[in-house]
Ligand binder design. Structure first.
Ligand code: 13P
Length: 268
């Protein structure tokens, strides 16, 4: 089992990666990891996430009460947003919040990332909706993000930044990289006259690859198993559209998990 100290070091490493890649400025961004049903490690508020050491990292419970923090350190001001993700998504073990330039520009312009334009973005992310603006550090952000949590693993925060989460810290971080890369491609291809979008058939073939890989998490490939068009070009609002699909979502998750196990046993 990985020790708590080791996880604190991993949080510092990911903090350095988001800072070094310019995904946060100054003291922005925050990271958390679930270590048991009622214990979470998180970055402290008001420090540069690029220069943390394990002593900076705070431990809290699921109500946000501090279980351990060294003198001078308090949990992130956005911890309520992280805790809402863990509450609504029991499959999630890590959450990353950052302000990457391109993704945040789309969030500021109010444009969700929904155009199917390159295979990796379609397979890894599907669509990235925008949660309505909320004042930082208040309950407005968790309240606005909540409706997207059952359907997506990455959400833009209107006029603010991006939020990603996954079953491991590295996967949550990679999701942030993927969101930013997708947003940059979308921005630049728009400058070149507009991206050429995949057809429905091309999107469905990419969804099929995702299902075959048994990739976990929430994604239109799983949510919309029986839908012809999936969620792309749904203008980012298919949190509502897919609501009735929750049952098929659970089934799809199970299929994904079983497929993954079979593939692992076959050594693929
Ligand atoms: P904290 O330093 O309190 O985590 O806040 C940083 C931030 O980016 C708020 O959105």
């Amino acid at each position: 089992m990985v020790s708590e100290y080791e996880i604190k070091k991993q949080i510092c490493d990911i903090g350095k990666r988001i800072y070094d890649r310019g995904m946060v400025a100054a003291n922005d961004g925050n990271i958390s990891v679930k270590i048991s049903d009622n214990e979470f490690l998180c970055t402290p508020t008001g420090v540069s996430k690029g220069f943390m050491t394990p002593e900076f990292i705070c431990k809290i419970d699921k109500q946000g009460n501090v279980l351990q923090a060294n003198p001078g350190f308090k949990p992130s001001s956005e911890i309520k947003m992280h805790l809402r993700v863990y509450e609504k998504r029991p499959d999630v073990n890590a959450v990353v919040h950052a302000h990457p330039i391109y993704a945040t520009s789309f969030a500021i312009a109010g444009i969700p990332l929904t155009q199917p334009i390159m295979p990796e973005a379609v397979i890894a992310l599907g669509c990235v909706p925008i949660a309505e603006y909320g004042t930082p550090s208040t309950m407005e952000i968790p309240d606005h993000v909540e409706k997207y949590l059952p359907y997506y693993d990455a959400v833009l925060l209107e006029s603010h930044g991006a939020l990603t989460y996954s079953d491991s810290l590295l996967a949550a971080y990679h999701k942030m990289e993927s969101v930013e890369f997708y947003a940059e491609l979308l921005f630049k291809s728009r400058q070149l006259g507009g991206p050429k979008e995949f057809s429905k058939e091309q999107v469905e073939r990419l969804y099929e690859i995702r299902r075959k890989f048994g990739m976990t998490g929430k994604h239109p490939a799983n949510l919309c198993l029986n839908k012809e068009s999936g969620c792309h070009n749904c203008t980012g609002a298919c949190g509502g559209d897919c609501a009735g699909k929750a049952a098929s979502d659970d089934k799809a998750d199970l299929i994904a998990k079983i497929t993954k196990q079979v593939m692992e046993q076959l050594g693929k």
